[in-house]
Write a protein of this length. Structure first.
Length: 201
């Protein structure tokens, strides 16, 4: 039997191995916590390019993205993280009151929290995809959920399902540790590309 390096099996296996290494590198870079936005934006850049048919080398491309995106990604992450954290505490507080008024305010906070979470996802992806100012990036990210509500809800649903699998299915924790996070972001990039191509000029 002859080994064919260009066979479908070899290509799939090689890609899978690259995604495993990419996922491990990403998780290691997220350990300091303050680098989460930077690492995630770079991951979006690589996965968006890969989903768009620009098949480069995942790991070297990821480190190049880290080098070019660290400042805007970090600023965007912390600017949007602050209201998101406040809303998370608000959700917990108002629902803990177990009153009608608390429930109503809690639902409003939950909707706003979901909105800012989607905005954060868009912002980190936009930093990785386009060379625009931080102000314009956040502005675009805040507008996208309003003009693309259905696809935005789909992005949020992907995140919710992924989080639920992580929390309640132990087997999926192992998968996520090896290649799950990078693979989930890669899959969501096909949806992001459909959104971005509609509005790019």
């Amino acid at each position: 039997m002859k080994f064919k390096p260009d066979s479908t099996f070899h290509q799939v296996t090689t890609t899978l191995i690259h995604f495993i290494f990419l996922n491990i590198v990403y998780l290691l870079l997220c350990l300091p916590v303050i680098t989460i936005g930077w690492a995630t934006s770079a991951l979006y850049e690589v996965c968006l390019n890969y989903a768009d048919g620009e098949r480069g080398e995942l790991i070297p491309d990821y480190f190049r993205a880290l080098k070019s995106n660290w400042k805007p990604a970090t600023v965007v992450f912390f600017v949007l993280l602050l209201p998101l954290v406040i809303l998370i505490f608000s959700i917990s507080f108002w629902f803990s009151l177990k009153t009608l008024f608390g429930g109503i305010v809690g639902v409003v906070a939950l909707i706003l929290g979901s909105y800012f979470l989607i905005v954060l996802i868009y912002s980190l992806a936009l930093v990785g995809r386009y060379d625009t100012s931080i102000k314009q990036t956040i502005k675009n990210a805040m507008l996208l959920p309003l003009v693309e509500p259905l696809r935005s809800m789909m992005l949020l649903l992907i995140l919710v399902i992924t989080s639920a699998l992580w929390l309640f299915v132990p087997f999926f924790r192992i998968l996520f540790l090896f290649f799950g996070i990078a693979f989930v972001i890669y899959c969501s990039c096909f949806l992001l590309l459909k959104i971005f191509t509609r509005y790019q000029v």
